[in-house]
Design a protein around this ligand. Sequence first.
Ligand SMILES: [Ca+2]
Ligand SMILES: [Ca+2]
Length: 218
Amino acid sequence: MKSVGNIFTKFTAIFGILLLPVLVFAQSPSLPHQFFGSVNYTNGAAPNGLSVEARIINGSVVGSSVTAGGNYGYNPNLLFALDNDGAFAGETVEFYVDGVKANTSPETVVFVNGNSSQVNLTVPVSLPTTPSPTPTPTTGGGGGGSTGGGGGVIAPTSPLSAAAQKVDANKDNKIDVLDFNTLMVNWGKTTSNNVADFNGDGKVDVFDFNLLMINWTL
Ligand SMILES: [Ca+2]
Ligand SMILES: [Ca+2]
């Protein structure tokens, strides 16, 4: 009886090993691919509430989310591209923002079951600028300008305090989730002059996070 048991054990082991890959690859549905990242138009960050769709190259929508804070795919607006038929591995994924095909970074995005990828989106059009109060010249008739012409770069005045400017990683004069994202991307790095090393101590860590929080303006 013992030998029969051994044979059975071996048979099961060998058969199991042979069968395992078949089970894995034939599994249906397969794991989704999660995406997240920034959403920008040519003239600035996307406003909130725009639809973001992940489409497989044949055009079918496999996942969707909405923009929030210039991003998509972050909690609670997670974006999972689903692979219900287990057929998308290796396919190219395209992204559409409010129905317009976005350029992606990285340029080519391939569906990988079970992956989570940062894909930053740029919509190749400019948003209609909302009519804002036109900045009126503060001095009427201004004699002659502060610097003579000819290539003098006038430093733009920032509404931020000097301390806040240090944590404005993307220099858009707002301290918000985009700067936080930069901090996260660079977290733990010790490269010199890192954009997210707000306190300049050579490391991107919780002290930089604290500075960001102190100056948060959103
Ligand atoms: Ca900023
Ligand atoms: Ca630091």
